[in-house]
Design a protein around this ligand. Structure first.
Ligand SMILES: [Mg+2]
Length: 228
């Protein structure tokens, strides 16, 4: 992969550790506290259905979309409950996100390679998480700032403009096959799938150029390229 001149990173589940686990924890709390007769996984599946079904016209921030979709899931299941406390709880979980142990070392090893975070996140929240974990990037590009979510192209395009790089020379690194790998590949970027949990690759759908268990595994593939 010696064409790589810049790297974009997803945030949650890629550089910081609050990914799907936080959603499952809150879903677990919801099914227990509200006495719903389904599993946390089952509830999250319905919540996701509404979250990913939002057309964002007009654009909703992550906090807004989370609340709207949760209210829709409650309605479908006939639950009379206020989504607010659960959304707040989820936001607190997100704010506690910690950098995976290898991340700072990898970013140091990549010194000199322009890098950006490209995240489906609200701006202030993500910047605070990065700051608290002392993670520095040349650009931080959020869905809230771009008013568009991955896998749509806008957010990637803004990042590439800020890094002054063209798609073919940029590697995007992320843990979502659809949002990260799919979104980046559609634009002609290279894509590395971060599969920390040993998830099985799908027979159909976006195919990454590289699959790694953590960010340290990226370094050998990048060695020939960017540091010149
Ligand atoms: Mg992610």
């Amino acid at each position: 992969m010696d064409r790589i001149r810049a790297i974009t990173f997803d945030a949650f589940g890629t550089i910081v550790d609050t990914g799907r686990g936080a959603l499952l924890d809150v879903s677990d709390r919801i099914v227990r506290e509200l006495g719903l007769g389904l599993s946390a996984e089952g509830f999250l599946e319905r919540w996701d259905h509404y979250f990913f079904g939002i057309d964002h016209n007009p654009f909703l921030s992550l906090a807004e979309a989370t609340e709207v979709s949760l209210a829709q899931a409650f309605r479908e299941l006939g639950v009379d409950a206020d989504p607010d406390p659960y959304v707040e709880r989820l936001q607190r979980e997100w704010m506690r996100a910690k950098a995976y142990p290898e991340v700072r070392g990898v970013l140091e090893a990549l010194e000199g390679v322009p890098r950006a975070v490209v995240s489906n996140a609200d701006d202030a929240m993500l910047r605070e998480i990065l700051e608290r974990n002392r993670l520095r990037f040349d650009a931080v590009v959020t869905s809230e700032a771009c008013r568009s979510y991955k896998p749509a192209s806008v957010i990637f395009e803004v990042a590439m403009r800020e890094l002054r790089a063209s798609p073919a020379a940029v590697l995007h690194v992320g843990d979502s096959l659809d949002a990260d790998v799919g979104g980046a590949k559609r634009l002609g970027m290279m894509a590395a799938w971060v599969n920390r949990t040993g998830e099985r690759a799908r027979a159909e759908g976006p195919v990454p150029d590289l699959t790694v268990r953590n960010l340290a595994e990226l370094l050998p593939s990048l060695d020939s390229g960017p540091r010149r």
